[in-house]
Design a protein around this ligand. Structure first.
Ligand code: NAD
Length: 501
C-alpha cells in the first residue's frame, strides 16, 4: 500500500531502498492446520524435485535456482495535494539469456518473495518455450482501484522512470509486460516514458511488450495468455494416453470446466474454450463469490455483468455461492485456476475432485499440494507451460519492434496472388471450378494475427511434446510439472555450460 509521508515514519524507515542478491522476504501461505511454505519456497521445492533427477555439476542447480538481482524502490508521487510514497520491486532471476523478461504486477499485497518466485517461473517458462530470454518480474504495492486514470499514469511513469534509470527497463536488458492489475494502457505509458528518456534509441519502443497495437503492440497480445491456455489444452487432448491418465476421454467438446478468476487470462481462456471448442463452463469463481450452473454459463454475459457490477454477485440464472473457494472442490472435468498463487494448498488438495487441473495462473498449486497430486496420480498441467502464451506473443511483439515492420506486410498480397494462380492452374487442368470455400482458403494471404496464432500454436505444441517425452520416457519423472522443470533446467544448464560456467 502507498505510504503517506505524514504519520507513518517507522514504516518508511523499515523499507530502505536496496539492491540485494538474495535474502527473500518470507510471506507464509499457512493454513490453520497445515504449515505451507512461501510462494518462492514452493517454486524452489518443485525445482529441487526435478533437479534431483538430473546429473548436474555441483553448484549449478543453486546458480540456476537463485534470483540474481532484486531492486526495491520507493518513490513519491503528489496525489490530491498529498505526497504518497509507493514501494515497488523488479527482480532479475537469470541472465543466461538477455534481455530478461517478465510482467509488472499491481496489487495491494505484493512483496519481494512473490516477485522472486514469479521471476524464477519466467526463467523456466522462457527456457521451456524456447523464448530466448532470462527471467524477470516486477511488482508495485498499489490498489489500482483507489486511483483515477490520470493518477495511475503519473504513478506508472514515475515507477518506469525509476526502473529505466537503473537498467531494469531496456530493450536489450529487461523488457516488462502486463501482469495482474496492469494491461496495455500501462505498457503504453511505460513505452512513452522510456522514449522520452532515451529519444535517440531507435529501438526504444521494444523496451516493453503488451502495448496497444496503435502504440507499437501486436495483434493478439491481449488475449495471448488465454489463447495459449486453449492451445495447450488442445494439445493435451491430442494425446489419448495423457487424457486417459486424467481419467478423461475424447476432446474438449462437452467438458465441464470450472474457472477461478475472470480477468484477462481466465476470461479469454474460458471464452475460447466455450465458443470454439464446445466446452461447458459450469463454474466461475471470482473475488466476491462463485457462480454455478450445470447448464453452462455464457462467459461473455458473466464478464459484462462483472464489469458493470464490479463482481458476479446477483448474476441471473446461476447459483451464487458466497464462499467461492469451496467451488474449487466441486466435481468437474477441468479446473482452471486463473486468478493468483497459493489457491490449492495441502489443506484443500485432498478435496479437489476435478479430473484435470490446468494452471493458468502463476503458482496456484503449492509444492505440498503438488506433491499430493503427483503421489495420487492426478494430472496437473503446470503454469509455466500453460500460461506461456503471453510471453510467447510478447516475444513476437519484441521482434516486430526491433525489425520495425509488422508480420505479413511483405508477403500477404504475394501469397494471395500465388494462391489465385494455383486455383487458375487447377481449374484449367481439371476443367471445372474449385468450390468457392476451398478457393478462398488457398487464395488467402496471412495477416499479422494469422502469423501470431500459428507461431503460438506451434510453440505450445512443441513444448508439450518435449515435456511429454520426458514425462513418459524417464521413470524418475512422475508428473508433467517435473518434466517441464527437467526440460527447462537442461536448457538453462546448457546455456551456462556454453558460457564456460
Ligand atoms: P487480472 O488482474 O486481469 O485478473 C485476475 C482475476 O482474478 C480478476 O478478475 C480478480 O478479481 C480475480 N481474483 C483475484 N483473486 C481472486 C481470488 N482469490 N479468488 C477468485 N478470483 C480472484 O490478472 P491476469 O492478468 O488475468 O492474471 C491472472 C494470473 O495469470 C496471475 O497469476 C498472473 O501472474 C498470471 N499470468 C498472467 C499473464 C498475462 O498475460 N496477463 C501471463 C501469464 C500469467
Amino acid at each position: 500500500m502507498p505510504v503517506p509521508i505524514n504519520g507513518t515514519e517507522t514504516m518508511v524507515k523499515k523499507l530502505s531502498r536496496k539492491v540485494s542478491r538474495d535474502g527473500a522476504v518470507r510471506k507464509p501461505a499457512a493454513t490453520a492446520e497445515h504449515k505451507e511454505v512461501s510462494f518462492l519456497e514452493s517454486v524452489n521445492k518443485m525445482f529441487d524435485r526435478a533437479a534431483a533427477t538430473l546429473d548436474l555439476p555441483p553448484g549449478l542447480p543453486e546458480l540456476i535456482k537463485r534470483c540474481l538481482w532484486v531492486y526495491q524502490v520507493r518513490f513519491p508521487v503528489k496525489i490530491r495535494g498529498k505526497i504518497m510514497v509507493f514501494t515497488g520491486w523488479r527482480g532479475v532471476h537469470s541472465e543466461h539469456r538477455l534481455p530478461t523478461k517478465g510482467g509488472i504486477r499491481y496489487a495491494p499485497v505484493v512483496g519481494q518473495d512473490e516477485v522472486e518466485a514469479l521471476a524464477a517461473l519466467m526463467t523456466y517458462k522462457c527456457a521451456l518455450m524456447d523464448v530466448p530470454y532470462g527471467g524477470s518480474k516486477g511488482g508495485l504495492c498499489i490498489n489500482p482501484k483507489e486511483y483515477n486514470e490520470e493518477e495511475l499514469e503519473q504513478i506508472t511513469r514515475r515507477f518506469a522512470n525509476e526502473l529505466a534509470r537503473r537498467g531494469f527497463i531496456s530493450p536489450s536488458l529487461n523488457v516488462p509486460a502486463p501482469d495482474m492489475g496492469t494491461g496495455a494502457r500501462e505498457m503504453a505509458w511505460i513505452a512513452d516514458e522510456y522514449r522520452r528518456m532515451y529519444p535517440s534509441d531507435i529501438d526504444a519502443i521494444a523496451c516493453v511488450t503488451g502495448k496497444p497495437p496503435i502504440a507499437g503492440g501486436i495483434a493478439g497480445r491481449v488475449e495471448a495468455t488465454g489463447r495459449g491456455v486453449q492451445y495447450g489444452l488442445r494439445e493435451f487432448f491430442r494425446n489419448p494416453k495423457d487424457v486417459a491418465r486424467a481419467g478423461l476421454t475424447g476432446d474438449l467438446a462437452g467438458k465441464r470446466i470450472i474457472v477461478q478468476g475472470l480477468g484477462n487470462v481466465g476470461y479469454h481462456a474460458a471464452k475460447f474454450l466455450q465458443e470454439e471448442d464446445g466446452a461447458r463452463i459450469i463454474g466461475i469463481i471470482e473475488r466476491d463469490g462463485a457462480l454455478v450452473s450445470e447448464r453452462g454459463l455464457i462467459v461473455e454475459e458473466v464478464a459484462a455483468y462483472k464489469k458493470q457490477h464490479q463482481g458476479v454477485c446477483g448474476f441471473p440464472d446461476a447459483t451464487f455461492v458466497k464462499n467461492g473457494s469451496v467451488i474449487l472442490e466441486e466435481d468437474c472435468d477441468i479446473l482452471i485456476p486463473a486468478a493468483t498463487e497459493n489457491q490449492i494448498t495441502i489443506a484443500n488438495a485432498p478435496r479437489i475432485r476435478a479430473k484435470l487441473i490446468a494452471e493458468a495462473a502463476n503458482g496456484p498449486v503449492t509444492s505440498e499440494a503438488d506433491k499430493f497430486f503427483s503421489d495420487a496420480g492426478k494430472v496437473v498441467i503446470p503454469d509455466f507451460y500453460l500460461n506461456a502464451g503471453g510471453v510467447t506473443v510478447s516475444y513476437f511483439e519484441w521482434i516486430k519492434n526491433l525489425s520495425h515492420i509488422r508480420f505479413g506486410r511483405m508477403d500477404r498480397r504475394m501469397m494471395e496472388v500465388r494462391g489465385a494462380h494455383v486455383i487458375e492452374a487447377i481449374e484449367s487442368v481439371a476443367g471445372k471450378k474449385v468450390p468457392e470455400h476451398l478457393a478462398r482458403q488457398v487464395k488467402y494471404g496471412a495477416d499479422e494475427i494469422d502469423h501470431i496464432r500459428s507461431g503460438l500454436d506451434d510453440t505450445m505444441r512443441k513444448a508439450y511434446q518435449e515435456m511429454r517425452d520426458v514425462w513418459h520416457g524417464n521413470p524418475k519423472v512422475p508428473d508433467i510439472r517435473t518434466a517441464a522443470f527437467v526440460v527447462a533446467i537442461q536448457k538453462i544448464a546448457s546455456s551456462y555450460q556454453e558460457m564456460g560456467i
